[in-house]
Write a protein that binds this ligand. Structure first.
Ligand code: NIG
Ligand code: FE
Length: 408
């Protein structure tokens, strides 16, 4: 089991802080300092303003390094067996993602490989992937199920996700995505499958395996009516919802999710103006997934300006999965969010910190401020706009996760 932070006070000085503490702007503090007390940030500010006579147990000089909140990847499908490189080749020959799914490949092929894998194999491969994300400063990770599609296999995948959070120095938030695809046992009976999913939720929750509930609302996934039944079951359990919405077509999923107070709606390339307004009214975060957009060679952009105009918070995530986004670099997603979706570098960084935290319902992280969890990344960079600028190299130098320094 991983250690927890001892109740010591550690001072980190000579940092260039990008606190993101206000509603806009980088919140830059030159020659800044951070006081960490146990797992929590106790004080943030200019070194010159440090309270006099401060008693600390240890002091570290960051040598002027850029310091940001630890990164948060708020949408991943990290636990699965096998890979789908052959489908990538098929798509390069002209088959579409939806064609492959309808022919029984796609998610269903990963379900077969996931069911065939042992728990030890699932844990080892997911931990390997988590460590790649962590090397770039990720301190909180959401992990979805959705490649088990039976009570037993969904529970096993969620249990593996829980173990990642217990055994690695990061926080893992788990999402039950049993309504990801139709389980093979329910061929031709999607409504019966949705009934089954609804009956599993309280059982999975009773085992402490679920922080949120998600669904894939799409022509090749589940209808809005089926999605709503899953949301109603989540609501009866008191679990928050999120949704894979409007990725390949407009199903009205975002507006439905907003009615259930969804934490986030994710993908959103085909989001309508009505969907934008509904998300704005419910305070739902738009989680943008440029890795899937890139890898599926999509051309229709999410309605970024409409989302901004309506004041919808923007998150950015890897959507790591073997079918539509096999990348394991959240920094590359910042680059893609700017280059492909035209986010500003500041929006992109907010998308993997403060707004990603919100997409997970976590208010205790994503900013450098007193009282926040001491999840912090130090970078070999001068300015935070460089996080979205460089790609293909890793400038992460040091990471604190819950106040404890770990190897990035
Ligand atoms: O977020 N869209 C549905 N789910 C995943 C893809 C899953 C897969 O292809 O295995 C996504 O893109
Ligand atoms: Fe996804």
């Amino acid at each position: 089991m991983k250690p927890t932070a001892p109740t010591t006070r550690t001072l980190w000085r000579h940092a260039r802080l990008a606190t993101l503490a206000g509603p806009t702007g980088w919140g830059l503090v030159d020659d800044g300092a951070l006081l960490v007390d146990g797992e929590t940030i106790a004080w943030v500010g200019r070194s010159a303003d440090l309270p006099a006579g401060l008693a600390v147990d240890a002091e570290h000089d960051l040598g002027g390094a850029l310091v940001t909140p630890g990164l948060i990847d708020c949408h991943t499908h990290l636990v699965y067996g096998g890979q789908r490189a052959a489908e990538f080749e098929q798509r390069l020959q002209g088959a579409s993602y939806a064609d492959i799914a309808r022919a029984g490949g796609g998610i269903r092929s990963t379900v077969a490989a996931t069911r065939a894998a042992s728990e030890a194999e699932l844990f080892a491969s997911a931990a390997r992937r988590a460590r790649v994300l962590m090397a770039e400063g990720v301190t909180t990770l959401e992990v979805k199920s959705g490649y088990g599609l039976s009570l037993e296999h969904e529970a096993r995948c969620l249990h593996v996700a829980r173990r990642l959070g217990a055994e690695l120095p990061l926080t893992v938030s788990t999402t039950c995505l049993a309504a990801h695809a139709l389980a093979p046992e329910f061929e031709g009976r999607p409504d019966d499958y949705i009934d089954a999913v609804c009956s599993w939720l309280p059982q999975l929750q009773a085992q402490g395996l679920v922080d949120a509930v998600d669904a894939f609302c799409e022509t090749i996934g589940f209808s809005a009516a089926q999605t709503e039944r899953v949301f109603a079951a989540a609501q009866r359990c008191g679990l928050p919802v999120k949704l894979h919405a409007e990725q390949l077509s407009d199903q009205g999923g975002a507006a439905l999710a907003a009615r259930y107070g969804a934490l986030s709606c994710d993908h959103l390339e085909h989001l309508s103006q009505a969907g934008v307004q509904a998300m704005a009214a419910s305070g739902t975060v738009a989680a943008l997934l440029p890795g899937a957009f890139y890898f599926l060679r999509e051309t229709r952009l999410p309605p970024l300006q409409a989302l901004r105009d309506a004041g919808v918070p923007l998150a950015v995530a890897s959507d790591h999965n073997p079918g539509s986004s096999p990348g394991l670099s959240l920094l590359l997603m910042l680059s893609m969010a700017c280059t492909l979706f035209r986010l500003t570098p500041e929006e992109a960084l907010r998308g993997v910190t403060v707004n990603a935290a919100r997409a997970l319902g976590l208010a205790d992280r994503g900013r450098l401020a007193a009282g926040q969890r001491a999840d912090v990344a130090a970078w070999d960079l001068e300015h935070p706009n460089e996080l979205a600028y460089w790609f293909g190299h890793n400038p992460c130098r040091r990471v604190l996760a819950g106040g404890l320094e770990r190897t990035p």
